[in-house]
Write a protein that binds this ligand. Structure first.
Ligand SMILES: [Ca+2]
Ligand SMILES: [Ca+2]
Length: 252
């Protein structure tokens, strides 16, 4: 009798434990996840409106960073638009609008952020701050050689393939022969863009092209004589939308 009682006691204990632990897992919400930020680059001494895309972000949520003195203010959270031809598993289906204020004396090149909802924290995502070359913004329309946006060398351009079949064209001048490195940073920052980069000479003839050098991001390294050159950034599948930002770096 005593043995039977102790067996019943053990069975009862296991049942209580199992039901408690399942209750616990039901209580714990799924962690939010960050895919990318648009734009993904910030400037010191500026407040930037940033849309952070990902999964499970459309709920009451708190923005965090490990770096003090930075302002993060959540404005709203909602479901995200998924552009034609792009995939929610890559660019997320929810988003948060955020004001990010970077102080003037910010010295790091990245700002890690996370989101916390229901006591569960997301993956960490690093916003870029400043750049190793002077930074300018893309100016639309720059859809053709005729509309090419002139840039300096070295230069960083923060741009966006904002719609399907959008093509961004830039031009630059070299006053002497130089080894030049031209790089697109997009997928490495979570962008939906699969960049395709093409370099043309002043006669609009192709000198070099790059599709996937690192992940799906493009890079061209080439020695160029003095002259005028054109650069074209586009999506390898001609897709575009609000989740296709990129950073173009042209330097020596
Ligand atoms: Ca564009
Ligand atoms: Ca590519």
């Amino acid at each position: 009798m005593r043995k039977r009682l102790s067996v019943l006691f053990v069975i009862g204990f296991v049942m209580v434990f199992v039901s408690l632990s399942s209750l616990h897992s039901e209580d714990k919400p799924e962690a939010p996840r960050i895919a990318l930020a648009v734009p993904f680059a910030m400037t010191p001494n500026t407040t930037t409106k940033v849309v952070v895309r990902g999964w499970k972000l459309n709920r009451d949520i708190e923005a965090r960073t490990t770096i003090g003195n930075v302002g993060l203010r959540v404005i709203k959270h909602e479901n995200a638009n998924i552009s034609n031809g792009q995939e929610a598993k890559l660019i997320g289906d929810t988003q948060i609008e955020l004001d990010v204020t970077i102080p003037q004396d910010f010295s790091a090149q990245t700002l890690p952020i996370t989101f916390v909802a229901g006591g569960v924290e997301s993956n960490s995502y690093s916003l870029l701050v400043g750049g190793r070359f002077p930074v300018v913004a893309e100016i639309e329309p720059n859809d053709s050689f005729r509309q090419a946006q002139p840039i300096a060398v070295p230069q960083i351009v923060d741009g966006q393939i904002h719609a399907d079949r959008n093509v961004d064209t830039y031009s630059f001048l070299l006053t002497e022969e130089r080894r030049v490195t031209i790089e697109v940073i997009a997928r490495r920052q979570g962008s939906g863009l699969d960049s395709l980069l093409t370099l043309f000479d002043s006669k609009k003839e192709i000198i070099a092209t790059s599709d996937d050098a690192e992940l799906t991001d493009s890079r061209i390294e080439v020695v160029l004589p003095a002259g005028k050159y054109f650069l074209v950034v586009q999506d390898a599948q001609d897709h575009g939308g609000s989740a296709s930002p990129y950073r173009l770096a042209v330097g020596y």
